[in-house]
Design a protein around this ligand. Structure first.
Ligand code: BV8
Length: 228
C-alpha cells in the first residue's frame, strides 16, 4: 500500500525547547526588539548594522542549539510516511535532526543573500559584517524574508497541503500571513492536527494537542504510526 503523505507546518515553538526564543511568547524576540527596526527592508536600509547584529546574534544562538525530541520525532516519521516540512523557522534544526524534505518559506539564517542578484552564500557560521559585499558590490544581507517581502515557495506549500493525507501544524501562533492561510488548504478528508503550547483559535477541523512539542509530538507520532 502506498505510504501516506504528511505535511508539517512548523513555527518557532518547535525550536523553543532547543533554547531558541520564539517571537510572541512572553520574553520573545518582539518583546525585546521592534519588528520595524530589525525585520523589514526599510530597517535594513535605515540601519543595516542594527539589522546585521540582530541576525548575527540569532545565528550564533542557532549554531549553539541542538535539535530536540520534537525535531527528532518528525525526522523519525519518515520511516512510515512521505514527510515534507514547510517551516517558518530560519534555523536548520529540522535538517540537523535528519528531516530530508524541508522547505523554508521565511529563509534560512545560515545563508547570506545578494540583494542585487538573489544569489545565496553559505556563511559557514560566520557573521555578516557591514561592508561584506556580494560579487555585484552590494551589501550582503541575511537570507531571511522580512515583513513586506514576498515569502518563498508559497505556491508549492499550498499544493503540498492540498494533496496531503495528514497535515500537522506545530509550534506556531498562526499570526503571520500568508503562511497562516495554509491551514485552510487541507482536503476535507485529510487528518489534521495542531500541536502547540497556546493558540488564540484552533483552526477548523484540527485536532488540538496542547502542550510542549517535545512531549506531544512523540505521542502523536506513536499514535499515527499505528495507522500508517
Ligand atoms: C508578505 C523574519 C506579500 C525571519 C518573519 C495577509 C496577506 C499577506 C501579508 C499580510 C497579511 N496580513 C498581514 C500581512 C503582512 C505580514 C504579516 O503577516 N503580519 C502579521 C504580523 C499580521 N506578512 C508579511 O509581511 C509577509 N510578506 O505577505 O508579502 C506582501 C508584499 C508587499 C506588501 C504586502 C504584502 C512576510 C512574512 C515573513 C516575515 N518574517 N520573520 C525571522 O526573523 O525569523 S515572520 C516571523 O514570525 C518568523 O518567521 C516566525 O516564524 C513567524 C511566525 O511566528 P511563529 O513561528 O508562529 O512564532 P510565535 O512566537 O508567533 O508563536 C510561537 C508559538 O509556539 C506559540 O503558539 C506558542 O504557544 C508556541 N510554543 C512556544 N513554546 C512551545 C510552543 N509550542 C510547542 N512547544 C513549545 N515548547
Amino acid at each position: 500500500m502506498a505510504r501516506k503523505s504528511m505535511v508539517v507546518l512548523s513555527g518557532a515553538g518547535v525550536s523553543a525547547e532547543s533554547g531558541l526564543a520564539t517571537f510572541r511568547d512572553n520574553g520573545g524576540l518582539w518583546d525585546n526588539y521592534s519588528v520595524y527596526e530589525v525585520a523589514t527592508p526599510e530597517a535594513f536600509h535605515k540601519n543595516p548594522k542594527l539589522v546585521l547584529d540582530f541576525y548575527n546574534f540569532r545565528r550564533q544562538e542557532v549554531l549553539k542549539a541542538l535539535p530536540n525530541l520534537a525535531h527528532q520525532a518528525l525526522a523519525a516519521a519518515e520511516e512510515d510516511f512521505d514527510v515534507t516540512i514547510v517551516t517558518q523557522n530560519v534555523d536548520d534544526l529540522h535538517e540537523r535532526a535528519g528531516s530530508s524534505q524541508v522547505i523554508h518559506v521565511h529563509g534560512l539564517i545560515t545563508q547570506a543573500r545578494s540583494s542585487v542578484s538573489g544569489e545565496l552564500f553559505d556563511l559557514k557560521g560566520q557573521d555578516i559584517q557591514l561592508g561584506d559585499q556580494c560579487p555585484e558590490g552590494a551589501q550582503l544581507r541575511p537570507h531571511v524574508v522580512w515583513f513586506g517581502e514576498y515569502i518563498n515557495h508559497m505556491d508549492e506549500a499550498v499544493e503540498l497541503v492540498a494533496a496531503a493525507d495528514i497535515v500537522l501544524v506545530v509550534g506556531t501562533s498562526l499570526t503571520v500571513y500568508p503562511f497562516a492561510s495554509l491551514v485552510d488548504c487541507p482536503r476535507p478528508d485529510a487528518q489534521c492536527y495542531l500541536v502547540t503550547q497556546d493558540i488564540d483559535a484552533v483552526p477548523s477541523g484540527f485536532d488540538y494537542r496542547q502542550g510542549p512539542a517535545s512531549v506531544e509530538l512523540p505521542k502523536l507520532m506513536h499514535e499515527l504510526k499505528q495507522l500508517a
